[in-house]
Design a protein around this ligand. Sequence first.
Ligand code: GLC
Length: 529
Amino acid sequence: MAREKTIKENVITKEKTNSTEKAKRSTKIKRVVIEETENVAFPQKIAEQEPSVSAKKKILFVASEARPFIATGGLADVIGSLPKALAEDPTYDIRVVLPLYADIKPDFRRRMSYLGNIYVPVAWRSQYCGVFSCVESGVTFYFIDNEQYFKRPNCYGYFDDGERFAFFSRSVLEIMPFIDFYPDILHCHDWQAALSAIYLKTIYIHRPEYRSIRALFTIHNIEYQGKYSLDIIEDLFGIDKYYTGLLEYHGCINLMKAAIECSERFSTVSPTYANEIKTAQYAYGLQDIICKNANKLTGILNGIDVDSYDPATDKALFAQFSAEDLSNKKICKTELQKMLRLPVKDVPVIAMISRLVSHKGLELVKTVAEDILHEDVQFVLLGTGDYGYENYFREIGRRYEGKASINIAFNGDLSRKIYSGADIFLMPSVSEPCGLSQMIASRYATVPVVRETGGLYDSIKPYGAGGNGFTFASCNPYDMLYVLHEAMNLYKNKEEWEALMKKVATTDFSWAHSADEYKKLYNDTLKAF
Ligand code: GLC
């Protein structure tokens, strides 16, 4: 009953605070909520089963992608695995909100239940917002449905992305009374979710039910900040011009900047990157804001889903193996060579799986690619990206047929075959907030060669110092070539190489440690004002 009461009170508040034009919307919310109270008893059911539910820490993740539903990059891995790791702690109630993109496969849609719909203000517009939900690995996921905004191929890249994610971010706050879930912490990720934190601290700050919600903003990719022309603050984002100072940065709206400013805490995905983004070299213009707010900043290294990336159970592999018994890794290698039409021979297979964009260090690779390929090695590349790089590598593939296998594609199955079948994994990023590929490769006993930046620095330590890979510091192609040679030489020493593979494969990249770090950060965020 308490649930119904809260909802009714919310509706009354809405009716009192909104204009007559919006009265219809308000009535609709009321009708749907009351109808759905009986049918959609999900949150209520949990409350009945577990009396301690109110004592749990309630965290609502807001993000634009999550595995297994929809993925374009590392963000999806994190949103697909961190909530799951946190949810193992019974004192946490973790939920996630995502847009219901057209690209989410029917298999997943069939598992979702329709909770009902509300109408969400996008400035002067009132937009339909369907709410679906399903439980995945112990975590409740909500999906925001609006065909005008999300029934299109791909997640991003549209002229109206600002409006699409304003709608999404606003929906997150509007569905709270509807799903009867007011979190303790709204944990927003990257610019697409920045407006949720901003709305919370501007439009919703005066509503009693929202007043105690704290905001945590996590940066995965500082390159995309959500920059828009100042004249759409009111007309599209529906935020009073009074807040222009909060939203404005370098002459335009900057959503990431505003989310950093108004969140109680903000974080990024490795300790080293948290320091790097205080400098112009890494911050894409945001360094002053990062420095100004440095007392609120934490860097926590991502983990990976070690159940999903487990060579002992991964069905995508040609053969399963483990750190204790690596013998089948040879089968993975020979089958990969056959599949990619490379001669089956005992030479080091150097692999790259990467978006083909400059900050992944591809200029370094281009400079010395031919030096590498003149050695007794094989080179395997998988990825898509900038047209110039795609063409360059295709050409390398043609010229070094039988030595280089260039796969311009995004292919999850093939990526696992490469992670497990290669010997050396090359990741020479110019900047890398965290990087997950070096961790996945390690899990499959493929030795990483990385540049010492961001999360690469925090996760891979040099072999010479007893570490789990090979590293180089400066953005110099010949430094990279030097450590690649070190790795290739060690490969010839079977005993030492095997010992290194074991070390690499047993490095703990699970979420266990980092989930604890997030819990500390949540406690800290809750204490903040
Ligand atoms: C972004 C970053 C990557 C990080 C991932 C998940 O894709 O570029 O380094 O691992 O987000 O946080």
